[in-house]
Ligand binder design. Structure first.
Ligand code: ZN
Length: 103
């Protein structure tokens, strides 16, 4: 959760501090996946088994969830491609021997 959009003043309130996850991701050189605005609909909907992405799909929180999900999927794809490349180069650089190969 990143900030709360106040229904009274319509301003963003950073109740957990601002930019902490982004700073940590930069510090540890890991991808920043997104920030989810806090919304009372998240809690009430979750308790009823109805995610905000269904109950209020155009809300900033639902948009942020979709964006974060896309970033997670993209990072999974990047990691899978890197792992395939590593496995490929390991198998190409492996010295030939007489042990049976499992493919
Ligand atoms: Zn306010």
């Amino acid at each position: 959760m990143s900030y709360f959009i106040c229904p009274t003043c319509n301003e963003k309130h950073y109740i957990f501090g601002e930019g902490g996850a982004r700073k940590i991701s930069e510090q540890f050189k890991i991808p920043f996946l997104g920030e989810i605005p806090l919304n009372s609909g998240i809690m009430s909907g979750s308790d009823l088994g109805k995610p905000i992405i269904i109950t209020n799909p155009d809300s900033p929180s639902a948009i942020a969830f979709r964006s974060s999900a896309k970033n997670i999927a993209a990072q999974c794809s990047i990691l899978a491609a890197k792992m395939q490349e590593e496995m490929k180069s390991e198998s190409e650089n492996k010295p030939a021997d007489d042990s049976p190969q499992i493919n």
